[in-house]
Ligand binder design. Structure first.
Ligand code: SAH
Ligand code: SF4
Length: 393
């Protein structure tokens, strides 16, 4: 089902889209249009406000911009977003969107990425992609089996948030949809958190990811707190310093194993940056503190990494680090060489982690019906929910 009226057209006929641009890029675009230098700053602020704060889809909406200027902007530019080509809504309110990106040339039908929205009662998390596919080949990850097509641009990353806010009525004076569980209430935004846990390795596209975060966190626009933006990495150690010092989002590490031998298998990047180096880079991550903990993700693979000894070693390794641990039940995919750990095993693992002082350890699987994943774990999922609530409360 197509929810957008934007047809895919060859780039040659497309006007540059200001939606997703940085302030500097918008200024350059206006300069190219011949606007006098003294006017540019003000125009950038106006456009910024309309696109990122109000969610305008048309230059005609920009009422504090003169009519002549609006016509000039319409003539020269567009406010184009990635197109939702498919939307699936889970019984738990999770939405998965398949987005088609703007074609790069006349022959390109437009690359596609996935973006997932996960509503909870007091927050809404948008899981965004940073690349089309991924060059790393983690053995348990479906994305890793696809060949990398390309890095996403800054505008395409920001575009995922803009599309989500448009679709969810998450701009001032817009209606929230009633066909799902979108959080409502005074001052509660439908999208309050971002996680870079969709397709791709964000630290292999660091410049665009950081530029996108700066736009998402801009107080005059999309206004998400950097503390609520989490970048998840499989461990591209040399990039941690820049990410922390220049941008400062929350960091999540896909650890998944406590011994190098096993981690080399699961996350092959470990051969380049082994566990010891990875954890040192975490200790050195600028801004990490007990108030700003690093999340360690650990996917539960039956008989592979889920023993009590693994749990005890995990706790030992993270000692002294400001850490949170997130246990992720494995989501199977066709041909996957693993199974999800049994509930009892996850519970035993999570108890060891919990008794060592880490709260909220199990990530509740969401939207399994639309991912067609972990379907056989339905009853276990109910238990996980109760347990996650207890751990959080
Ligand atoms: N490339 C980055 C971010 C995207 S993956 C990274 O690896 O961190 C986001 C998270 O989903 C990672 O922790 C990843 O290990 C995990 N993941 C990948 N495939 C999974 C699967 N089949 N089941 C459960 N978690 C998975
Ligand atoms: Fe998947 Fe992340 Fe590994 Fe890439 S780095 S293959 S996205 S888990």
């Amino acid at each position: 089902m197509s929810l957008s009226d934007t047809p895919v057209a060859p780039t040659t006929t497309l006007k540059p889209s200001l939606a997703g641009m940085t302030r500097a890029e918008i200024a350059d675009a206006l300069r190219a249009l011949g606007l006098p230098e003294r006017e540019i700053r003000m125009r950038v602020s106006q456009i910024w406000h309309w696109v990122y704060f109000r969610g305008a889809r048309d230059f005609g909406e920009m009422l504090n911009v003169s009519k002549a200027m609006r016509a000039q902007l319409t003539e020269a530019f567009a406010l184009r977003l990635p197109e939702i080509i498919e939307e699936q809504i889970s019984v738990d309110g999770t939405r998965k969107w398949l987005l088609r990106l703007q074609p790069v040339d006349a022959f390109d039908k437009g690359a596609e990425v996935e973006c997932v929205y996960i509503p909870e009662s007091d927050r809404g998390t948008l899981c965004v992609s940073s690349q089309v596919g991924c060059t790393l080949n983690c053995s348990f990850c479906h994305t890793g089996t696809q060949r990398l097509v390309r890095n996403l641009t800054t505008a395409e990353i920001v575009g995922q948030l803009l599309v989500a806010r448009q679709r969810l009525g998450d701009f001032p004076d817009r209606e929230r949809p009633t066909d799902g569980l979108v959080p409502a209430g005074e001052g509660v935004r439908a999208v309050s958190n971002i996680v870079f846990m969709g397709m791709g390795e964000p630290l292999y596209n660091l410049d665009n990811v950081m530029a996108a975060i700066e736009i998402m966190a801009d107080g005059d626009g999309l206004a998400l707190s950097k503390r609520r933006i989490t970048v998840s990495t499989s461990g591209v150690v040399p990039q941690f310093e820049r990410l922390g010092a220049e941008c400062g989002p929350a960091l999540a590490i896909s650890l998944h194993a406590v011994r190098d031998e096993l981690r080399n298998d699961l996350v092959p990047l470990n051969k380049k940056y082994p566990i010891k180096e990875l954890l040192q880079a975490c200790r050195d991550y600028p801004g990490a503190s007990n108030a700003r903990r690093i999340t360690f993700e650990y996917v539960m693979l039956k008989g592979v990494n889920d023993s009590p000894a693994d749990a005890r070693e995990l706790v030992r390794l993270l000692k002294g680090l400001p850490a949170k641990i997130n246990l992720i039940p494995f989501n199977p995919w066709p041909g996957a060489p693993y199974e999800c750990s049994d509930w009892e095993t996850i519970e035993r693992f999570s108890d060891i982690v919990f008794n060592a002082g880490y709260a909220s350890p199990v990530r509740t699987p969401r939207g399994r019906d639309i991912f067609a994943a972990c379907g056989q774990l339905k009853s276990e999922t109910e238990k996980l929910r109760a347990s996650a609530r207890m751990a959080a409360g």
